[in-house]
Design a protein around this ligand. Sequence first.
Ligand SMILES: Cc1cc2nc3c(=O)[nH]c(=O)nc-3n(C[C@H](O)[C@H](O)[C@H](O)COP(=O)(O)OP(=O)(O)OC[C@H]3O[C@@H](n4cnc5c(N)ncnc54)[C@H](O)[C@@H]3O)c2cc1C
Length: 333
Amino acid sequence: MFEGYRIANTLALDSHARFGCEAQTLEDVMAAVSFAGQRDLPIYFTGEGSNLLPSKNVDACVVRMGLPGWEKTAESEQRVRLRICAGENWHQLVTLALSRNWYGLENLALIPGSVGAAPIQNIGAYGVELSDFVRSVRVLMPNLEVRDFDASSCEFGYRTSVFKKLTNHAILSVELELSKEARPVAHYPDVERWHERNHVDTPSPQTVFQAVTEIRRDKLPDPAEYPNAGSFFQNPVVSSGLAADLSRAFPELNVFVLQEETAKLSAAQLIDMAGCKSWQDGPVQCWQDQPLVLVNRGNASHEQLMEFAAAVHRAVDEQFGVSLTLEPVRIPG
Ligand SMILES: Cc1cc2nc3c(=O)[nH]c(=O)nc-3n(C[C@H](O)[C@H](O)[C@H](O)COP(=O)(O)OP(=O)(O)OC[C@H]3O[C@@H](n4cnc5c(N)ncnc54)[C@H](O)[C@@H]3O)c2cc1C
């Protein structure tokens, strides 16, 4: 365990925890839990820091989950099940699966981060979510018991799961079931347009992978060059009544009707229409091609980012009466 442990984060925020370490094994994680328990300190488990908003000084124990490896747990002619440890990189898993002709994850290519973090907010992109493939999630409980959550007990929803509500739980591995039959999901508008532009009449998992990687590289800033945490706000889910009112007042608004009398709006469009797209305040800026992404162009502090986010939140609320929710996870001081 190290003192003054730097918390890695793709927003390039200067942040240190009182104690921290990288865990490579279950025993490392258990030792860290005991260490924090003996000192009565909160404990946080992190992955690659691509969805984190850590404070400057975190009075806690931070454990970066680096557990490596994967194995096949079952296989039939049509399907394969894999158990992947938390520390594996998500995009490398997507690439590996495609290279073995195990299909389904193509639309989730290039999402930064680790496998262990993927179930927390049920990562999703281009019409596909992690929950479409999860069989179970293995967790170290606060009492040091290892428990498997089956898919239904994960309570997956849009950018959420039961793991968002639980504290002091370390995700050790994730079991996914993939298909050996190609069933590409290419209906998402950007992905469809890519296929049209490239004269591909019959999409395949490989073309969807290529489409998604090219679209993401075009649209999103690379955190290595422009530090960011991806979407800073979730797409708001509102009542169908409010969505109908907004559609009447703003006919150009994109409204995706969901079940149970709700509808999803595009946070990027709301931010754009509220006039925040060109905003910059000191080192913090909305990314021009995707205003949902806030970029740290210098040495922004946690507070500067939060103030900027609060101003965007206010502008959208004032114009549309819609309250945006932060997507990255805050680690308090
Ligand atoms: C450029 C960019 C694009 C992005 N695009 C998308 C996208 O399209 N779709 C999408 O859904 N997300 C997207 N994200 C967000 C991010 O990639 C995901 O949330 C990812 O799963 C975070 O992984 P991580 O390992 O970096 O987790 P971290 O940022 O380190 O942690 C995120 C949260 O998970 C917890 N956590 C991490 N690992 C564990 C573990 N093993 N056990 C218990 N808790 C853990 C942390 O405490 C924290 O609460 C994007 C981010 C960036 C920077």
